[in-house]
Design a protein around this ligand. Structure first.
Ligand SMILES: Cc1ncc(COP(=O)(O)O)c(C=O)c1O
Length: 398
């Protein structure tokens, strides 16, 4: 008898579990719309040219593979903060923002979650729905995870008033996770006017914003997508930002992200930085080097930055094109109105408004893989596979 006889298996991860099922599926016409990765026209993840160029430089320049400090490569952290807050605001906030290089955006959320659970609160509020891993990450950090209203399934839009009413009743120092842009899974973001209202409410109620910033550049543009974060920072919030460079640098497997914490003053910032570094030290000690070196190399070289920005623009353009093609195809089949709501979406994902039971049938009977929430990755679409997706949608609609 095993010493571990009593270990019960946990259910597969809702997204990675589906991806594994997709890989095992033998059907040649299977279609993958699941994972949140940008795919080019080849329907594959492609390495960016800017990344390849940076790696050539790194091969020549790299002197050793020694440990990074607990908070990571300072060069990378500075560049990451400039990308998030913009250069001018970074100067204003100097001394008040602490940054750490993290193991992807996930690692940033967890590092921030560990800090907050230890020092501030054992409860976090996430949008309903949200990226499923938010729940797992904050629970693993020892928090109770509650949901605030966000998406109205009837109108296929953000239910802003309901969200506001719910948040206005939260106790002081409640932690609120906000998707800075390209809300995952709905694709619905607040407008600038709504962000302003949220900022005023969170300040008045002394709530703590924790921005998840995994898709900078995939919505409206690199600066435009950072608008809410920069606005909140200007308004004087003490706040957290978890940034990921998995998507916009296509560095998924390199596990590169950053955690930024904006505090009221330098002393508080230094105190909390010491705690965050300690949490990193007893967890993974210090982050891996390569991803941060690539990002820093690109962002410290004018030519490579220009190349990279162009590549981000191209990725965003393809997302928009695939959204238009999908809307066009759906209008052809179902009329102009039924899927008109998709026009007001931003980023890699859209929720099509399908029931879980229909999604199950689309996977089983047609090999069209999407998450059970009805979320699709737009860059999994192509001119060739769109007709098959539509057929699966039509034939499985009850
Ligand atoms: C909303 C959201 N936050 C964070 C992440 C984490 O990204 P990373 O792969 O960098 O850990 C993802 C990845 O899919 C995401 O969709």
């Amino acid at each position: 008898m095993s010493l571990f006889e009593k270990v019960e298996p946990v259910p597969p991860d809702p997204i990675f579990g589906l991806a594994a099922r997709f890989r095992k599926d033998k059907r040649s016409n299977k279609i993958d719309l699941t994972l949140g990765v940008y795919k080019g026209k080849s329907l594959k993840i492609e390495i960016l040219r800017s990344v390849k160029e940076a790696e050539k430089i790194l091969i020549k320049m790299e002197k050793d593979k020694g440990y990074l400090p607990m908070g990571g490569d300072e060069r990378f952290v500075q560049e990451s903060q400039k990308l998030i807050f913009g250069e001018a605001l970074c100067k204003t906030l100097k001394g008040k923002v602490f940054g750490a290089q993290t193991v992807g955006g996930t690692g940033a959320l967890r590092l921030g979650g560990d800090f907050l659970a230890r020092e501030v609160t054992k409860c976090v509020y996430v949008s309903d729905p949200t990226w499923p891993n938010h729940i797992g990450i904050f629970e693993a950090a020892g928090m109770e995870v509650k949901k605030y209203p966000y998406y109205n399934k009837e109108t296929h839009a953000l239910d802003f008033q309901k969200m506001l009413d719910y948040l206005s009743a939260l106790p002081e120092k409640s932690l609120v996770v906000l998707h800075a842009c390209c809300h995952n899974p709905t694709g619905c973001d607040p407008t600038q006017a709504e962000w302003k209202e949220l900022s005023a409410l969170l300040l008045k109620k002394k709530l703590i914003p924790f921005f998840d910033f995994a898709y900078q550049g995939f919505g409206r543009g690199l600066d435009e997508d950072a608008w809410a974060i920069r606005y909140f920072a200007e308004q004087g919030h003490e706040m957290f930002v978890a940034a990921s460079y998995s998507k916009n640098f296509a560095l998924y497997g390199e596990r590169i992200g950053s955690l930024s914490i904006l505090a009221k003053n330098e002393q508080v910032s230094q105190n909390l930085a010491s705690v965050v570094r300690r949490i990193a030290r007893v967890n993974y000690s210090n982050p891996p080097r390569h991803g941060g070196e690539i990002v820093a190399t690109i962002l410290q070289d004018l030519g490579l930055t220009k190349l990279w920005k162009g590549e981000v623009d191209q990725m965003r353009k393809r997302i928009e094109e695939m959204r238009s093609e999908l809307i066009h195809a759906l209008s052809g089949q179902f009329g102009k109105d039924k899927y008109g709501f998709l026009k007001r979406r931003s980023g890699l994902f859209s929720m099509l408004g399908l029931e879980g039971s229909q999604v199950d049938r689309m996977i089983e009977e047609y090999g069209v893989y999407l998450t059970r929430s009805g979320r699709i990755n737009l860059t999994g679409l192509s001119e060739d596979n769109l007709p098959n997706i539509l057929e699966a949608m039509i034939k499985t609609a009850s």
